[in-house]
Ligand binder design. Structure first.
Ligand code: SF4
Ligand code: SF4
Length: 236
């Protein structure tokens, strides 16, 4: 909310029309369909980015909020990159998602957000289990020729690189952890992993949950400040 010099209240456009942010208004859409042509998910279960934009233009916002359509998008941004009119399609879809009641968010995504807020990772993995997995996988790697001296430094102050983790690398794809660590070892990279709040996948971004997204980003910022690290490797 802003005030004019005369003291009159001015309501921010974003407050009265959250799907029509200033500077990227869907009113600019000319219906060319370039976004739809570029979207890898056009046609999937009735999804089409031009349809989303047109529904916003027609004031069918409530219908969109109730619909499965905004949840089909991966937020890859190809549509927006291709749009000749600069319509901010990704933000529009994310804003719609944020307007959905949290208990109606489909699939695992909101549950993952809640777990991340309460435990520091989208899996809800206890800290001791996380440390066990990391040490176990690192120990197996150290049995391979050429990696005998390998260890995973956790919470190392002054390291060059903070490595936050994609939860699936900790859960079911441990071999991908090893790929990264072999690259770090060969490059003599001075990296470290946070022992808690290690999640690098911010589902608050995907679910349109701004407060949750801020908390998860803030944790990473806090790691970097506390450990005095300047470089971040973010898995997504
Ligand atoms: S590419 Fe842009 S202008 Fe064309 S239909 Fe999509 S949103 Fe509208
Ligand atoms: S951001 Fe969504 S709508 Fe746009 S191209 Fe990617 S999947 Fe399609």
């Amino acid at each position: 909310m802003m005030e004019t010099s005369a003291g009159n209240k001015m309501i921010a456009v974003k407050e009265i029309a959250p799907l029509r942010p200033v500077g990227s208004s869907p009113d600019m859409c000319m219906g060319c369909g370039t976004c739809s042509a570029g979207c890898p998910l056009t046609g999937m279960d009735g999804f089409d980015p031009r349809k989303i934009v047109r529904m916003v233009l027609l004031g069918r916002e409530e219908e969109l909020i109730q619909s499965h359509l905004p949840w089909i998008c991966t937020m890859c941004g190809k549509c927006e990159h291709a749009c000749p009119m600069g319509v901010n399609i990704v933000n529009m879809i994310r804003t719609i998602r944020g307007m959905v009641e949290r208990d109606k968010v489909p699939g695992m995504i909101h549950k993952g957000v809640e777990l991340c807020l309460s435990t520091g990772n989208n899996l809800g993995l206890p800290a001791e289990d996380f440390v066990f997995i990391i040490e176990d996988v690192a120990g197996e790697m150290a049995e391979e020729p050429g990696f005998e001296d390998f260890k995973v430094p956790m919470d190392k102050k002054g390291a060059n690189l903070l490595h936050t983790l994609h939860n699936k690398l900790v859960n079911t794809q441990n071999e991908d952890l090893v790929h990264w660590w072999k690259i770090f070892h060969a490059a003599k990279e001075d990296f470290t992993i946070p022992s808690e709040n290690w999640e690098g996948v911010n589902w608050g971004l995907f679910s349109g949950d701004d407060p949750a997204m801020k908390v998860v980003v803030g944790r990473i910022v806090e790691h970097m400040d506390r450990l005095e690290i300047k470089n971040l490797m973010y898995p997504e």
